[in-house]
Design a protein around this ligand. Structure first.
Ligand code: ADP
Ligand code: MG
Length: 551
């Protein structure tokens, strides 16, 4: 038996690891299982190079819970370690064996998960003692057992072990005994390990027999080793994307469509984003995107990592360039993460443009569900806005859809005011403003429907950007002052007449008392109303705005 002291700085590091490294203690299992996955993949790489003769087709990781012994054991049939390697890789905190391995096998070891050397030590967050029992793949290796109780002292001894690979035995401490629950382990594995690239086995499959749950003798594999996002888009059908969505959100409605991200330069990024169906009132759950690093779950709180408006999307993003072992604030300031964010932004816009060009009819049919994302994006990201102007759609009261450019052409001739501004007429509620809409249409104007919560903001944005265009609601006085092709006669009421008619106006429109309404008689022929009540666009907007702010 050999005893020793772990690297110089570790004396100060241990308590830090135990308390602060991860606020989320669940993560220890992710770290240990992903190390086991790494180990099997390293062995495969070696076998591929002819440096290992043994069988690597049955690579797997087995998680075992022993409530009696109060241990969780993670076993793999991967590369294993010699005594020297244990000293080197396990004893030296922050020494990442994965990095060294990557240096050596740069080109074909892309699938290795580890980046920082603190992963293994996270097992001490929940354990009073950790044993590493390991046998290296190297010819004639002696198996060894390393034990450590969380102090910087460790023990290393020779042991019997037949198979190549490693068992990590975690003796769970009294205060963390909640981890000794079967349901807890299942939950953590399901959260962090569901899409790991090597089979992860936890117990036996359960089955129902005579109304009772019984254990079968089939291994219970908890993960899908080849999730949809790791495949090539050409190999996937629409149905595959939908199935994968169901796997991610078993309770969710069917998504509108998906965007398959697949980038390898200037960084690695894969993933599938879905546009979920949302209700008109903006009922959408944020933070449904799951972030992975080489198929290891990192987080589902992607704020600061993907552009704000895209946190409304669902799906998966996977990038080995997203570091695993760091805090959120670090993640948000990481330059790779920033690049990823702006890339996703561009990719989403490009893809939407593509869908629009390829199948405009389909795009239009989904527009009402889609527009809230796009409008949100246009309002929050200028770059997205510029791209979105190609596929952003305006819908009129006839249910026709126009791009910005198309609509511009349509209204240019007909809808200008005295100052030669183009007037975009719109309604915010087609039922309430029905007569005004009809009036405007009778006069030959086109009316847009801008009725969602973001529309007022979007209108402001457009008016700031395109100063020769004004948005005017159908019940506004401006409509009356438009220069029309065929001008109509309009009778102004005298002040006396207005006084006389005022009880009538107040009956028809109780709010006309406050003088923000303008009442007019008109003669436009058979189909039009004899009287209109309008009000100033400006005043109405002010009023709506203060109402929206709760004033
Ligand atoms: P990282 O995974 O980032 O390299 P860890 O602290 O998680 O850092 O692990 C440190 C090193 O210990 C690994 O790089 C690897 O060399 C070794 N190691 C850990 N677990 C295993 C295992 N199950 N099989 C073989 N080597 C392992
Ligand atoms: Mg690791």
């Amino acid at each position: 038996m050999q005893t020793g002291k772990i690297g110089v700085t570790s004396e100060n590091l241990f308590p830090i690891i135990k308390k602060f490294l991860y606020s989320d203690h669940d993560i220890f299992l992710r770290e240990i299982v992903s190390n086991a996955v790494d180990a099997t993949q390293k062995l495969k790489t070696l076998a591929g190079k002819g440096e290992y003769e043994g069988d690597v087709t049955d690579a797997k990781v087995v998680v075992n819970l022993d409530t009696e012994a109060k241990t969780i054991t993670v076993s793999d049939n991967g590369i294993g370690m010699t005594a020297e390697e244990v000293e080197k890789y396990i004893n030296q905190i922050a020494f990442s064996g994965a990095n060294e391995f990557l240096d050596k096998y740069k080109d074909d070891a892309n699938a290795i998960i580890g980046h920082f050397g603190l992963g293994f030590y996270s097992s001490f967050m929940v354990s009073e003692k950790v044993d590493v029992i390991t046998k290296s793949y190297k010819e004639g290796s002696q198996a060894v057992k390393w034990s450590c109780n969380g102090s910087p002292e460790y023990e290393l001894e020779e042991v019997e072990k037949d198979a190549v690979g490693t068992d990590i035995v975690m003796h769970i401490s009294e205060e963390e005994k909640g981890f000794l629950e079967d349901s807890k382990i299942s939950e953590i594995l399901n959260k962090y390990c569901k899409f790991l690239p090597v089979p992860v086995i936890y117990g036996k499959k359960k089955d129902w027999k005579d109304g009772q749950q019984v254990e079968t003798d089939e291994d219970n594999q908890i993960n899908d080793v080849a999730p949809a996002w790791t495949k090539m888009p050409a190999d996937l059908k629409d149905e595959d994307y939908k199935n994968f969505y169901r796997k991610l959100y078993p309770m969710g409605d069917e998504p509108l469509f998906n965007i398959h991200l697949n980038v390898d330069y200037p960084f690695n990024l894969t993933g599938i984003l879905y546009f979920p169906k949302i209700k008109n009132n903006f009922e959408v759950q944020k933070n449904k995107i799951q972030l992975y690093s080489n198929q290891v779950f990192v987080t589902d709180s992607v704020e600061g990592i993907v552009p704000e408006f895209l946190t409304l999307l669902h799906g998966v993003i996977d990038s080995p360039d997203i570091p695993l072992n760091v805090s959120r604030s670090y993640l948000q300031s990481d330059s790779n993460v920033k690049k990823i964010s702006s890339h996703i932004n561009k990719k989403v816009a490009d893809r939407l443009h593509q869908i629009f060009k390829d199948n405009r009819e389909d795009f239009e049919s989904k527009w009402d569900d889609l527009k809230i994302f796009i409008e949100y994006g246009m309002l929050s990201e200028e770059k997205f806005n510029d791209r979105a102007m190609n596929f952003f759609l305006l819908k009129n009261t006839e249910n026709n859809y126009f791009t910005w450019e198309e609509y511009e052409k349509l209204v240019k001739e007909n809808q200008t005011d005295k100052d030669n501004n183009t007037i975009y007429l719109y309604t915010t509620n087609i039922e309430e403003q029905f007569t005004f809409v009809e009036e405007a249409k009778n006069k030959g104007y086109d009316v847009l429907i801008l009725d969602d919560v973001l529309a007022p903001h979007l209108i402001n944005k457009f008016e700031q950007k395109y100063t020769d265009k004004r948005f005017v609601r159908v019940d506004s006085d401006v409509v009356e002052n438009l220069i029309k092709k065929e001008d109509t006669t309009k009778e102004e009421l005298t002040w006396e007449q207005k006084q006389e008619l005022s009880p009538v106006f107040q009956a028809v429109c109780p709010e006309s008392k406050d003088h923000t309404y303008i009442v007019d008689f008109q003669d436009l022929g058979e189909n039009s109303s004899p009287m209109v009540i309008t009000r100033s666009e400006f005043m109405r907007r002010m009023k709506d705005m203060s109402a929206a702010q709760g004033g």
